[in-house]
Write a protein that binds this ligand. Structure first.
Ligand SMILES: [Zn+2]
Length: 477
């Protein structure tokens, strides 16, 4: 009983205190909603403006005045406005740096100054991010310089053997989506490779002394008597190296690819490097450099500079009917069209700067051999209108399905007339044939079929039994 009574009186006291606090809060709120007097508001605005313009010394003087003249809730309110202005400026400056529109030193100084004016904690976080990014960028450019120096020291000799050209599709980043027993599973088992498979293939190619070359080092284009001519060019390689061209088909990230275990798009990360974006099977956004050919090969060449001739990586073959690289640049009526296009352009610029080039893979992935000349013309026109402006001119045409047309066929002549000079099909062995104004080249398919059925055929490149991923389901005819 005693305990109960004591409890009741404690409750009463507690209620009294609560009431007091509520009244206090009400009073404070009443002060808080009071409008800031125009003079104080004007000074706050003046501060924000100076911060925005980067006039930090003047902004500091205005801030000192404000702090002397204002009191209580009004002072707090203006202080909150000032903090917001500082934070916005700091974020804007950091973004300029990340987008490579402003240098590190200038932005670092600005953040330093801003941290004196308020929002110190947020500004410090941005400074940490800035410092880390800058350190990564410096590390990268030092590696680049070392690479250049090492490569210059190696003697180059004329190479006369076969030129390998291999191709992949985008990698299977999520095998649980590719090998889920649906209708598309067989296609993924047959025509795609997983991330571990790709890594093993790269390692083997490197061990076997292959070196990535640009397809354009094989020829030069001349005009003779008003006619286009394609002249084979001697290939000079570091002694002991064998040339390899690598292409990636359909790096468009079609809807079906996003469903079946490929990533969703290529993006640029903070350091201006190519990364991928996707949602994992639990629905979380994933930014990675470990699940697609581009970032994996970029990293591999960084670590093994002698795997690339002059920093060359590979050829990216694009259609257009579902956009490019994961950006829906085909949806011209979409409200996000301009933004999608802008982002695609930024990624393409990043790819070109890091040794990647582009090829046409037709607009609608049609079979050149079976469609009419008119269809091929329409398809090519659409590609030239919609995709070429994004990637820039290219003279490389990669036949969808590897289904080629031959010299003498009006369709072949039409492709030449459209500006294509190198026409790539699919075949089991290295094959290259120069015409007077074209080069025909076969590419070897690197996929589940090669790994499972064609171990003997690919053993000059890698040991298929060592490469093949145990995660694959059984192969079905
Ligand atoms: Zn294709």
């Amino acid at each position: 009983m005693q305990v109960r009574r004591a409890g009741a009186s404690v409750n009463l006291v507690f209620a009294g205190v609560l009431f007091f606090i509520q009244m206090l809060l009400l009073t404070l709120t009443a002060i808080n909603v009071q409008a800031v007097p125009p003079a104080a508001a004007a000074e706050g605005r003046r501060f924000a403006e100076l911060v925005h313009q980067g006039e930090l010394a003047q902004a500091g003087a205005v801030k000192a005045q404000i702090e002397q003249r204002l009191f209580g809730a009004i002072k707090e309110k203006v202080a909150a406005q000032m903090e917001e202005a500082v934070r916005a400026k700091a974020e804007g400056e950091t973004l300029l740096y990340l987008q490579k529109s402003a240098g590190y030193g200038a932005v670092r100084n600005m953040l330093e100054g801003l941290s004196q004016l308020g929002a110190a904690e947020s500004v410090k976080q941005l400074m940490t991010k800035l410092d880390k990014t800058e350190a990564a960028r410096i590390r990268q450019s030092q590696e680049e310089l070392q690479r250049q120096a090492a490569l210059k020291a190696v003697e180059r000799v004329i190479y006369t053997g076969p030129v390998q050209h291999i191709f992949f599709h985008p990698l299977i980043a999520y095998p649980e989506r590719a090998f889920d027993g649906d209708l598309e599973e067989k296609g993924y088992n047959d025509w795609f490779v997983t991330v571990p498979e790709f890594r093993k293939i790269l390692e083997s190619l490197y061990q076997k002394n292959f070196i990535l070359i640009d397809i354009h080092t094989l020829y030069e284009e001349k005009t003779e008597n008003g006619k286009n001519a394609l002249i084979p060019k001697p290939l000079k390689l570091p002694k002991g190296k064998k040339p390899l061209i690598l292409s990636v088909d359909d790096l468009n990230y079609y809807q079906y690819m996003m469903r079946n275990g490929n990533v969703y798009k290529l993006i640029l990360d903070d350091t201006g490097n190519i990364a991928t974006y996707s949602l994992n099977p639990s629905g979380q956004a994933v930014i990675s450099k470990d699940n697609e050919i581009i970032p994996i090969l970029d990293q591999f060449v960084r670590e093994h500079p002698d795997f690339s001739l002059d920093g060359v990586k590979g050829v990216i073959a694009l259609t257009g009917y579902e956009g490019v690289l994961g950006y829906r640049t085909n949806e011209r009526e979409s409200p996000s069209y301009a933004e999608e296009r802008q982002q695609a352009l930024a990624v393409i610029k990043g790819l070109k700067e890091t040794g990647w080039s582009f090829a046409s893979h037709g607009y609608g992935h049609l079979n050149a051999r079976s469609i009419s000349l008119a269809s091929l013309q329409g398809d090519t026109r659409r590609w030239l209108e919609e995709v070429e402006p994004l990637i820039g001119p290219t003279d490389v045409y990669i036949y969808p399905f590897g289904s080629s047309v031959l010299p003498g066929d009006p369709k072949f002549q039409f492709l030449l007339n459209s500006g294509f000079r190198v026409l790539c099909s699919v075949g089991p062995n290295p094959y290259m044939k120069f015409g007077s104004d074209y080069l025909m080249m076969d590419r070897r398919h690197m996929d589940g079929i090669a790994l499972h059925y064609e171990a003997a055929l690919v053993k000059d490149l890698f040991d298929a039994r060592e490469v093949i991923d145990r995660i694959r389901p059984p192969f079905r005819p």
